[in-house]
Design a protein around this ligand. Structure first.
Ligand SMILES: Nc1ncnc2c1ncn2[C@@H]1O[C@H](COP(=O)(O)OP(=O)(O)OP(=O)(O)O)[C@@H](O)[C@H]1O
Length: 299
């Protein structure tokens, strides 16, 4: 199916923005409108939430991302990163606390909230009948980009991600990493105000990782706010302005990479973010164990 005929019918899955949001929440959500400089692009405040009222996953998590800032969200498997992202995307309702995107809560202005956020999930989700180029054209049209700007940006992104030769390929013929690149290219095409990316480096080759980091740097400098969840700590150590470290749904450290290392007690200039993360997790686990033992003694 070519793009022209595709556009006449209903899309098979939702991919972009509020209009199609309900059809597939795993797709890319992108927007054009940038947040005001002094209003945080994302403000999650003391959020308690999760999958059941009795056993919340998140216990008072606060995350702020300003325009022009990249914040890394890190934590072990099961720490609560994806749950926090689901709350930001409005897919889960907080038990207490709140989430504001570009100053508004979801219930105050659904359209503004949704249209200010772009999300790239860990698992690529593409239209099977659209080529790489058609995905990008569809995004550009949906967001009414100037044609010349869209064409220029598509060429830049194709070069950045080394996808020039794959622009006419269908998703089924692409590798996992290439599919992920298409998702990222679509999100980056429109330079969203708040870009949330869940584990973007898995499956990408080393040059693609470098290209992605450069592209993210560029959209960040252009005023976008980026929340990036990842286990690849060296990349975050080099590129993130600030980090939020989650453990068992609680924030155990927050600040610049250097501040997080200091909070972990890693004062040696040779110490890495990996060292700091391990120290923070061990300290948090020791605290959990001591509290459990204290509870047993009292009982
Ligand atoms: N759909 C669900 N229903 C119930 N509990 C869930 C569900 N999804 C996740 N959880 C639980 O919530 C907690 C946090 O999971 P979450 O997926 O947010 O972790 P994560 O930090 O994103 O982990 P990972 O690095 O493995 O992606 C875990 O204890 C997990 O078992």
């Amino acid at each position: 199916m070519r793009l022209s005929s595709f556009l006449c019918g209903a899309p098979p899955v939702g991919i972009i923005g509020e209009r199609l949001y309900g059809r597939d929440r795993g797709g890319i959500k992108v927007a054009l409108k940038h947040g005001k400089e002094n209003v945080p692009a994302l403000e999650m405040t003391k959020l308690i939430g999760g999958y059941s009222q009795r056993r919340p996953v998140l216990h008072g998590v606060s995350i702020t991302v300003h325009p022009g800032e990249m914040v890394g969200l890190i934590g072990l498997n099961g720490a609560g990163k994806s749950t926090a992202i689901k709350h930001i995307l409005g897919l889960m309702v907080p038990q207490s606390g709140e989430v504001r995107v570009a100053g508004v809560k979801l219930e105050e202005n659904r359209e503004q909230y949704r249209s200010s956020t772009a999300y790239v999930p860990e698992q690529p989700s593409l239209f099977p009948n659209l080529t790489v180029k058609e995905h990008l054209q569809w995004t550009a049209m949906a967001y009414k980009m100037e044609e010349a700007d869209a064409v220029k940006r598509m060429e830049e992104l194709a070069l950045t991600f080394r996808m020039t030769e794959a622009m006419n390929a269908l998703p089924d013929t692409l590798s996992k990493g290439m599919k992920q690149k298409v998702m990222l290219m679509n999100a980056l095409l429109v330079r969203p105000p708040l870009l949330i990316i869940d584990e973007p480096f898995l499956g990408l080759d080393p040059l693609a990782i470098r290209g992605l980091l450069t592209a993210l740097e560029e959209v960040r400098e252009g005023g976008s706010a980026i929340l990036l969840s990842s286990h690849i700590l060296p990349a975050l150590e080099r590129r993130a302005n600030r980090l939020v470290v989650l453990h068992r749904g609680r924030m155990i450290a927050e600040g610049t990479p250097r501040e997080v290392k200091t909070q972990a007690g890693c004062t040696d200039p040779e110490s890495t973010l990996d060292d700091a993360f391990e120290a923070l997790v061990l300290a948090a686990e020791a605290k959990v164990k001591a509290e459990a033992e204290g509870g047993h003694k009292r009982a």
